[in-house]
Design a protein around this ligand. Structure first.
Ligand SMILES: Cc1ncc(COP(=O)(O)O)c(C=O)c1O
Length: 391
């Protein structure tokens, strides 16, 4: 489609969400948002569970989970045998890092644009084992994906035992060149985990072709499943090494069996994943990807123009997908993340516009999300509101 963001059919698509019409919601990236039909299914499943909890949780749950996991396997290009549901990417990544043995002198590597909670997870394991966290700073603004791969690969050495590489960074919304980094780690016998928190549903990719040791990604973000749905991939040869962070009845059965029961919980987000995938597939994955990218591209341009801001990420689908950042003009300098959040809060209070702001490498940024329920006018509204606030 040449111009995929305007059209009557997108207005109809928007009606499928239950988002507050008073709010200009440009932050799908943080927690996702789920279409009404999937939420209705979740309510039905919860009602079914409450009518006969033992039948639901003990006797029929596994079949429902298997069906949903098969749909995830088809979407991500791997066998469902290599996958387990987890409540979120943080849980998936924690399970891997805490299953492996590290010792004094070992290096656990992550890029500086990595997600804060994951950097802390590595720090927690490093503190317990005497390992060290190595934060690699990546060129920003970047001139080519090769530049990033080269910097990360050059930081590998004989002490590097574990690498986490983001498929899409959280603060800068950048797609990172994971494949050459995965290959370099595997050639050197270094464990490599891809943090795919934002990737499912935003980018087309194939896990078998990517072939990392471990990967975890959220389904509650860009697949639009209910909150508390994510997935962990473990390369079959490593399945015996990985346990969930919570030990329960399936202890000893290893990956993925142990993940199927980690104590009583509400499994309806996992069961609903299949219908979330079907919902987006009904709109057309390629059409959704191109709509969302075109809208993010439009949004970042219009906001940058209205506030006199910068675009530090190159204009290409190679660098960003359905999220994009805009740099504030030089007169706006958030000194701390708290200052950025305070400004974000004032924008919300005055204009009911939800958009995250952050500081990275001393640059003050905002991150736009574009999902099928968003419309071009919302970014124009954001740009006008910011312009008024910055006067
Ligand atoms: C890159 C990255 N990793 C991990 C996470 C954690 O996701 P969750 O809070 O769902 O575990 C996020 C959340 O936005 C993220 O952006």
């Amino acid at each position: 489609m040449d111009n995929p963001i305007w059209g009557a059919d997108w207005a109809q698509v928007r009606a499928n969400w239950t988002l507050d019409p008073e709010v200009t919601f440009l932050n799908h990236g943080s927690f996702g948002a789920t279409p009404r039909c999937v939420l209705e299914l979740q309510s039905q499943l919860r009602a079914e569970m409450e009518r006969q909890p033992v039948l639901f949780l003990d006797r029929t749950l596994r079949g429902k989970l298997d069906q949903s996991l098969a749909a995830v396997g088809s979407l991500l290009g791997t066998s469902p045998k290599n996958l387990a549901f987890v409540p979120n990417a943080t849980y998936g990544i924690n399970s891997v890092v805490k299953s492996l043995d590290f010792g004094p002198g070992d290096e656990l590597l992550i890029v500086e644009h990595g997600y804060g909670a994951i950097i802390k997870t590595l720090q927690c394991v490093a503190d317990r084992t005497g390992a060290q966290v190595v934060l690699v700073s990546i060129p920003f603004p970047v001139e080519s994906p090769d530049e990033i791969a080269t910097v990360v690969i050059s930081a590998l050495n004989e002490r590097t035992r574990f690498v986490v590489i983001d498929q899409i960074t959280s603060p800068t919304a950048m797609i990172l060149p994971v494949k050459p980094i995965v290959d370099a780690c595997r050639e050197r016998g270094i464990y490599v985990m891809v943090d795919g928190a934002h990737a499912p549903g935003m980018l087309p990719f194939n896990l078998d072709a990517m072939a990392p040791d471990f990967w975890s990604g959220n389904l509650h973000k860009w697949v639009c499943a209910p909150k508390g749905a994510a997935v962990l991939y473990v390369r079959p040869e490593l399945a015996q090494r990985i346990e969930p962070v919570v030990t329960s009845h399936n202890f000893g059965m290893k990956f993925p069996e142990e993940f199927f029961w980690t104590g009583t919980d509400d499994p309806t987000p996992y069961i609903c994943v299949r219908s979330a995938i079907e919902f987006i597939a009904g709109l057309g994955w390629a059409r959704v990807h191109s709509h969302n990218h075109a809208l993010a591209r439009y949004g970042r341009r219009v906001v940058a123009e209205l506030i006199g801001g910068g675009l530090p990420v190159p204009d290409s689908t190679e660098y960003y997908g359905s999220m994009a950042i805009v740099e504030f003009p030089s007169k706006v300098k958030f000194k701390t993340i708290e200052e950025a959040r305070a400004f974000q809060g004032r924008l919300y209070e005055r204009y009911r516009i939800e958009v995250p702001m952050m500081v990275i490498d001393g640059r003050s940024l905002l991150r736009l999300s574009a999902q099928v329920y968003n419309a071009p006018g919302q970014y124009e509204r954001l740009g006008e509101a910011l312009r008024a606030m910055l006067k």
